[in-house]
Design a binder for this molecule. Structure first.
Ligand SMILES: O=P(O)(O)O[C@@H]1[C@@H](OP(=O)(O)O)[C@H](OP(=O)(O)O)[C@H](O)[C@H](OP(=O)(O)O)[C@H]1OP(=O)(O)O
Ligand SMILES: Nc1ncnc2c1ncn2[C@@H]1O[C@H](COP(=O)(O)OP(=O)(O)OP(=O)(O)O)[C@@H](O)[C@H]1O
Length: 429
């Protein structure tokens, strides 16, 4: 994944050996702290190995002075594009993004209590207004897509749903010293709103800021014309459509920013799960016949140069070979990984005289921040999860089609947008 994001944003970690007894104890200790939705998954208590990573919520790099307070915003943006594959069979998948459709199933199955207004396509649009709306929606309904840490401690997100207004006031109290260091801001709801806006502004600029080059930078997967740039379920896009703007004024993502790189990796899902699944079956049939070839086909790695070079083949013409099927399967695994990773943004206030020209700094109204971004949770999604993805896709779409009433055509909605736009008077004849 480093090839897609760049060395500086991926922390490889270190494999460490742990006494089995310690892992067992740890597993018991953290059980009560784990979110309910994750309790079906267990720590690996048998291998005796673990991955040791730096604490990205309090990452200290040369950017940050050791003693400074640190704010860290974690965003799990999810899939930022609508499938453009010709293998998609349900028209709805070309209109509404997977995240927005999935919201309905998640609420129905009790994973979350209410539907979020967040739409990944707004965040990935590169349009500051849409990004602002997306980030505000994440702050209103964080689910598992947003967490905020102060000095390494979780201060927002991930809990059960509470009163957003109360949460925002509490959050604003935490944030005030970062954004208004010399005070100068009175309390109250106005103050809360102002601080939240400042936070959103700083996150937006950080997400759009340039990052170092990566090897996959020349792959150019992000299409300018393929697929839709708006999801019909996003309240922001709905409003645009109602106003007769079929395309949001997309300013597009700057090529070098982390969101662009994430989207680039996500778009290695060139065929959609509907086009990919038959290819997975082809690989699977081959493996059933020749199980000893699993290593040769690099199903479980090593994820080396040869593996990376195969990922670069972006053709979508199936020549019926195993090689074609395998390449598409491996590309899909990379895409799935990029669709489920988190972006960690660490921010630390810096004083005017500390800011040098070489070091990137994000300006806010009354403060400036040194920042660093990293990507988290980049272990490649397993080959075995593809049938699950296929099933889940079917479930998400069929639930949405059955339970969410279809939207009016934008053109027609423009003519008769409100019920009282037109009055039909019936005369007795
Ligand atoms: O399929 P999705 O989109 O629901 O994603 C799963 C995530 O759910 P989400 O939609 O983000 O609430 C899910 O998130 P939670 O554990 O529910 O917070 C996992 O990240 C899961 O990955 P893995 O199976 O643990 O490797 C994710 O599964 P993969 O699709 O990445 O395999
Ligand atoms: N290196 C890190 N620094 C700071 N926080 C981290 C780090 N790694 C993980 N976290 C926190 O832990 C959360 C879960 O991490 P991650 O998704 O990598 O674990 P997982 O393997 O999916 O979890 P599980 O053990 O529940 O299956 C992240 O969303 C993040 O908030």
């Amino acid at each position: 994944m480093t090839e897609f994001f760049g060395e500086n944003y991926v922390h490889h970690g270190e494999v460490v050996q742990l006494p089995l007894d310690f892992v067992k104890q740890l597993c018991l200790k953290i059980q009560a702290e784990r979110p309910e939705s994750r309790c079906d998954k267990d720590l690996d208590t048998l291998s005796g190995y673990a991955m040791c990573l730096p604490n990205l919520t309090r990452l200290h790099t040369s950017h940050f002075a050791e003693h400074r307070p640190i704010l860290c915003v974690e965003i799990k943006p999810k899939c930022g594009f609508i499938p453009f594959s010709r293998h998609v069979t349900q028209e709805m998948k070309h209109k509404v993004c997977r995240y927005c459709m999935h919201q309905h199933l998640k609420v129905a199955t009790g994973k979350w209590k209410q539907i979020s207004k967040y739409c990944p396509l707004d965040l990935f649009s590169g349009n500051k207004q849409r990004m602002h709306f997306a980030l505000k929606s994440l702050l209103q309904e964080a689910q598992n897509n947003l967490k905020i840490f102060k000095n390494g401690e979780l201060i927002y997100g991930c809990g059960d749903q509470r009163d957003t207004a109360a949460d925002w006031n509490e959050l604003a109290c935490h944030l005030k010293p970062f954004f208004y260091p010399s005070n100068g801001l009175v309390g109250g709801p106005h103050c809360t709103g102002t601080i939240i806006k400042e936070l959103i502004h700083v996150i937006t600029l950080t997400l759009l800021s340039s990052t170092d080059k990566c090897r996959a930078g020349d792959m150019r997967l992000v299409p300018s014309s393929q697929g839709r740039s708006c999801c019909e379920a996003s309240p922001f896009s709905k409003e645009l459509l109602r106003n007769g703007k079929s395309h949001a004024e997309g300013s597009g993502l700057p090529r070098g920013c982390l969101l662009y790189k994430t989207l680039q990796a996500q778009m290695l899902d060139l065929l959609d799960i509907e086009g990919l699944y038959p290819l997975y079956r082809r690989v699977e049939r081959h493996l059933q016949e020749f199980p000893e070839e699993r290593d040769l086909l690099q199903i479980d790695g090593p994820y080396n140069e040869a593996f990376y070079q195969k990922l670069r083949d972006l053709s979508t013409e199936d020549d019926g070979t195993l090689a074609y099927a395998l390449t598409k399967v491996q590309q899909y695994r990379v895409a799935m990984t990029a669709k489920d990773c988190s972006i960690m943004i660490a921010l630390s206030p810096c004083l005017q005289d500390e800011c040098s020209d070489q070091r990137p700094v994000i300006p806010a109204s009354r403060a400036r921040f040194a920042f660093s971004v990293s990507v988290l949770d980049l272990d490649l999604k397993p080959y075995e999860s593809i049938p699950h993805q296929h099933k889940l896709d079917g479930k998400i779409v069929s639930y949405y089609l059955k339970n969410v009433p279809p939207k009016k055509e934008p053109g027609k909605a423009g003519l008769l947008a409100e019920p009282d736009d037109c009055t039909l008077v019936l005369h007795k004849v």
